[in-house]
Design a protein around this ligand. Structure first.
Ligand SMILES: [Zn+2]
Length: 277
C-alpha cells in the first residue's frame, strides 16, 4: 500500500496528463461529425415534390367534406399570391414518368365525387384567380341527382380548362368489390365519359381511397394511365403512378390555418425521407 501511494505521488503528473488526454479524446470524438451518407439521386431532371389538393364540396353546409366558399376563396387567393400555378393530371403524369418540366410552384387542385357546387361555387372562384381544377366524377350520378354535376356543366368545365376524370360508375369501394365488378366500374365510367365528353379519360381516383396492388393492376389493364389515392403526401418522381398521393382539405375548426400548415410544411417533411411504396 505504501509503495502504491509513493508510486502515485511520484507519477501523479503523468497520471493527470493521461486522464486529461483521455477526456480530450472523448470530447473531440463527440464533436467530430460523423461522415454524411451520400444522398443517392434517383432521377435526373426535376425532383420537386408536387402537392395534389383534394377537395370534395365547396358550400356552407358545415359538413366535414365541405369547405365554405369564403374559405375556399381565401385558399385560392393565398395560392395566387404565393405564385402557384395549377396544373392538369396530364402534366403531373408527364412529370412523374418522364421528368417533363412543370411551372414554378405547381399544384394540382382536385375534387372528388362531382358535386354541383364544384361548378356553381368553386369554378367562378378558381376562374377569378386563374386556376383550373380536376373533377373525378361518379358517372352514373350526373343528370340524375340534383346535388351532382350535369353533363352540360361538365362539358362547360372541360371547355374552360378543367379536367373531368373518373371516380368510377357507382362509387363502390374497390377493396369490397369482385374483380368483375371493379373492371365494370372502370370500363363503364371510361366509356360514358368518352361518349359524353368526347375524350379519352386516363385518370381515376379510387372511391373512398381504398386500393391495393391487384386493384392497381386492374386499373392499368382497363387503360388508365394513373390513379389517385388519399394517401397523405406529396407526389414526386418516385411515386407509384397508380397510387398517387393527395392532401385532403377538409372543414375543421380552423380550416384556413390547417390549409396553410399543409401547404407550407408538408413539402419540407416529405422532401427528405418518407419512403414511397
Ligand atoms: Zn368519393
Amino acid at each position: 500500500m505504501e509503495q502504491f501511494k509513493e508510486y502515485v505521488k511520484k507519477y501523479k503528473i503523468y497520471i493527470a496528463v493521461g486522464v486529461m488526454l483521455l477526456v480530450l479524446i472523448a470530447i473531440v470524438s463527440q464533436n467530430n461529425p460523423q461522415p454524411v451518407e451520400e444522398k443517392q439521386v434517383v432521377n435526373s431532371g426535376d425532383c420537386r415534390a408536387v402537392m395534389v389538393l383534394n377537395y370534395h364540396k365547396v358550400d356552407s353546409t358545415f359538413h366535414s367534406l365541405s369547405i365554405a366558399p369564403a374559405d375556399f376563396e381565401r385558399q385560392m387567393q393565398w395560392l395566387q399570391q404565393h405564385g402557384y400555378h395549377s396544373i392538369t393530371p396530364e402534366q403531373l403524369y408527364d412529370f412523374v414518368t418522364t421528368g417533363e418540366a412543370l411551372p414554378d410552384n405547381p399544384i394540382l387542385i382536385t375534387f372528388d365525387d362531382g358535386y354541383v357546387d364544384n361548378y356553381s361555387n368553386a369554378y367562378p372562384i378558381m376562374k377569378k384567380y386563374g386556376f383550373v381544377g380536376t373533377i373525378f366524377v361518379v358517372t352514373t350520378f350526373l343528370d340524375k341527382y340534383p346535388n351532382y354535376l350535369t353533363w352540360d356543366q361538365a362539358k362547360e368545365l372541360e371547355a374552360n380548362g378543367f379536367s373531368i376524370e373518373s371516380h368510377t360508375a357507382t362509387h363502390k369501394s374497390m377493396t369490397e368489390a369482385s374483380d368483375a365488378q371493379i373492371v365494370e366500374e372502370l370500363t363503364q365510367s371510361k366509356a360514358t365519359l368518352k361518349e359524353k365528353l368526347g375524350k379519352d379519360v386516363n385518370f381515376v381516383a379510387y372511391p373512398t381511397g381504398t386500393y391495393n396492388l391487384h386493384i392497381a393492376q386492374l386499373v392499368k389493364n382497363a387503360g388508365y394511365k394513373a390513379a389517385f389515392t388519399i394517401k397523405f403526401d406529396t407526389v414526386n418522381r418516385n411515386s407509384n403512378i397508380y397510387a398517387l398521393e393527395r392532401v385532403p382539405i377538409f372543414h375543421t375548426a380552423n380550416t384556413n390555418k390547417d390549409f396553410l400548415e399543409r401547404i407550407q410544411y408538408l413539402p419540407l417533411i416529405s422532401k427528405d425521407g418518407w419512403v414511397k411504396k
